[in-house]
Design a protein around this ligand. Structure first.
Ligand code: C5P
Length: 239
């Protein structure tokens, strides 16, 4: 686990899943006193660009730039260079971009403060969908294992994975790998479109380093209080 992650608040990344800079600033200011990391994803970044990252930094939080890059090596490396220049703490890319793109990304980020996490198989893809795109390994777990190997060999720091993949990836990738886990729901919260969920305590105990939570915080009557409660659960589970 890296130095910037020892505090429970640094182990929660709240997704700023909004589409305007005004909303992003509003949530960032409200949440930064409680949460160490705020996640900027495709919706916000496509709408507002690097200003969204600046909004996170201006509020005093670290930025998780979740663009899930997937392109040729030179383009992925260029995007990673830009993410490093923005000073983001975490950035994501697809392991399926292949060994050369993964290596180029890892080399570009080396020595910087930006850590790269690979997405193996999107958790929205079931066995039939994986087969339909030509990922012919016998089962989704085999696809995840193979893509994880590619990313580890290339020097990628860790993975974005579902709570139920955490234990297997931890065993495969070792103690130092960074495992970031969405699909987390505080006990009793709305599951919405997430299929497989874990509570914050379950995900931490399974070995996750950073939890990603979006709607249960964004849509709460008091988002700061909702985030504070998750940080408290992380603290308790990691004590
Ligand atoms: O609102 P919710 O907590 O379900 O969203 C969590 C965030 O994690 C969203 O920004 C979503 O894009 C992301 N996510 C992901 N991989 C998944 C599930 C969600 O990156 N398998």
């Amino acid at each position: 686990m890296c130095a910037g992650m020892r505090l429970p608040r640094d182990r929660l990344a709240v997704a700023l899943d909004v589409s305007t800079l005004d909303e992003a600033r509003h949530f960032a200011r409200r949440l930064a006193p409680e949460v160490g990391v705020l996640k900027v994803g495709l919706e916000l970044f496509v709408a507002e660009g690097p200003a969204a990252v600046c909004a996170v930094h201006d509020a005093g939080a670290a930025c998780f730039l979740d663009l899930k890059l997937h392109d040729i090596p030179a383009t992925v490396a260029g995007a990673v260079r830009s993410a490093v220049a923005l000073g983001v703490r975490y950035a994501t890319l697809h392991a399926a971009a292949g060994p050369d793109a993964l290596r180029a990304a890892a080399e570009t980020a080396r020595g910087s403060a930006t850590r790269l996490c690979a997405v193996t198989a999107l958790t929205s893809l079931d066995r039939a969908a994986l087969a339909a795109i030509g990922f012919a390994a016998p089962a989704p777990e085999d696809v995840v294992r193979r893509l994880a190997d590619l990313a580890l060999e290339a020097g990628i720091d860790g993975f974005v994975c579902s709570p139920e993949e955490v234990a297997a990836l931890r065993a495969q990738a070792g103690r130092d790998a960074l495992l970031i886990t969405p699909g987390v729901r505080p006990a009793g919260a709305e599951v919405a479109d997430q299929r497989r969920v874990a509570t914050p305590a379950e995900a931490i105990r399974a070995g996750a380093d950073v939890l990603v939570v979006g709607r249960p915080v964004r849509d709460a009557a008091d988002p700061a209080a909702a985030a504070r409660a998750i940080v408290a659960a992380i603290r308790e589970a990691s004590a």
